[in-house]
Design a protein around this ligand. Structure first.
Ligand SMILES: Nc1nc2c(ncn2[C@@H]2O[C@H](COP(=O)(O)OP(=O)(O)OP(=O)(O)O)[C@@H](O)[C@H]2O)c(=O)[nH]1
Ligand SMILES: [Mg+2]
Length: 397
């Protein structure tokens, strides 16, 4: 026997065992998460009236389903007073007319602000916060589509004693299904994993509620323009206050968009770039776990030459990963009719299958991100140096 074979076999078996164990644990965790939700561990709401809310949406450019997104955010069944602030950088932005048109047909308390010369989402948010009057501030992105109880669910989590309430997004194709859109939807679900875990949880800027007193107390407005990730800033201050962040899957937002494979890859790299810049440890953890999954299959294939049973063991982590994603999407479908009607069972199966190519898609995106200096975000280019320089100008206390 070749002297190299024995150590190779040992390394291979260790890799396969580790990735099988880790996928089995993730699956177990996933099943328990949805089971607990179904049991309804929600505590009743204390206090009487619902707090007043200011919903802030920064907008730049025309999202693919912008009109429906904004209409859904305006069309809320919320028992308390609410008002809306849209922040654009320029009234020539094509989204300006879409928003003013929608508002002219509706009886809602809303204003459209122009942060002239604004250079980023963070600047737009800071500008909008300066005009917020509600006891609660809810931030929402222009690519989010929500159901009627979205706002109420988020605010109720604050009323139960949390400092912030967050949710996450789920991608759906708008007109046609493509490899790019399915891979992006699959990649995106890693964010749900983070939300399910209180240590990794963050206030996702795409849809989060925060008490305004907390924003004022820590002068969060002053920090936002210096960070490309509002998630990072707000999460930091909620923790500084010693309060918890609640994850509200019942208010998951849908993003209906079509995207090609190449664009989906650049999108994934941009998402990872933020993690690399603002949460390097998390990025390393992410890189390590995806590397483990990515090498499992070739390792099993190589070892199957020595022992064919190893190949059976080698596909186990991928099978468990598929089942986990199916359980997850089924859990989301089970939340309420809104999700069940829009997310088909066929799409759930497709996402489960996509979890396998997504291992390689994600891993390649991680490798690319490691060597990516600049990103293009809605037509604005930001480099690592820009981000670091800005962060140093206004470090978080
Ligand atoms: N006013 C203003 N809004 C912005 C700017 N950049 C982004 N936005 C808005 O900020 C929100 C988040 O932007 P997205 O491009 O969706 O960012 P993201 O959610 O990190 O990225 P995706 O995953 O691609 O959705 C959206 O509502 C955008 O319209 C900007 O420079 N100015
Ligand atoms: Mg977005």
């Amino acid at each position: 026997m070749n002297p190299l074979i024995e150590p190779l076999l040992i390394v291979g078996l260790v890799v396969i065992t580790l990735s099988s164990l880790s996928s089995a644990l993730s699956l177990l965790f996933e099943v328990r998460f949805w089971k607990n939700r179904r049991r309804g561990q929600q505590q009743p709401i204390s206090g009487s009236g619902y707090p007043s809310v200011t919903v802030i949406m920064p907008v730049r450019g025309l999202d693919q389903d912008l009109r429906n997104n904004i209409a859904s955010v305006l069309n809320q069944d919320y028992p308390g007073p609410r008002n809306y602030i849209f922040v654009l950088d320029d009234e020539n932005d094509p989204a300006y007319n879409v928003i003013t048109n929608l508002l002219s047909n509706r009886n809602v308390n809303a204003k459209v602000l122009i942060n002239r010369g604004g250079r980023s989402k963070g600047e737009a948010l800071a500008f909008g916060l300066g005009e917020a009057t509600g006891d609660v501030v809810v931030l929402v992105d222009s690519d989010a589509q929500v159901h009627e109880l979205w706002l109420k669910n988020l605010v109720e989590a604050l009323m139960r004693g949390f400092g912030a309430a967050t949710t996450y997004r789920f991608y759906l194709p708008l007109r046609r299904l493509s490899l790019g859109s399915v891979l992006r939807a699959s990649f995106n679900m890693i964010g749900i994993t983070a939300m399910q875990n209180p240590t990794a949880r963050f206030t996702w800027g795409g849809s989060s509620a925060v008490w305004r007193w907390l924003i004022e107390k820590w002068s969060i407005r002053d920090y936002l323009p210096y960070y490309l990730s509002d998630d990072y800033v707000i999460t930091h201050f909620v923790h500084r206050e010693g309060l918890g962040i609640e994850f509200v899957p019942e208010s998951l937002v849908l993003t209906l968009e079509d995207i090609g494979l190449r664009e989906a890859f650049s999108w994934a790299v941009r998402q990872l770039w933020y993690v690399r810049v603002y949460g390097f440890k998390g990025f390393m953890l992410y890189a390590a776990s995806y590397t483990l999954y990515a090498i499992t299959l070739p390792m099993a294939a190589a070892l199957s030459i020595i022992n064919p049973y190893v190949s059976i063991l080698g596909v186990l982590p991928y099978l468990l990963g598929m089942v986990k994603d199916y359980v997850r999407v089924s859990g989301i479908r089970g939340l309420n009719k809104y999700y069940r009607e829009r997310i088909t069972r066929r799409y759930a199966v497709l996402l489960a299958l996509a979890s396998v190519p997504n291992v390689y898609f994600s891993w390649l995106a991680i490798v690319k991100t490691t060597f990516t200096n600049s990103i293009n975000w809605r037509g604005r280019v930001f480099t690592v140096n820009d981000a670091v320089r800005l962060m140093r100008e206004k470090p978080l206390p």
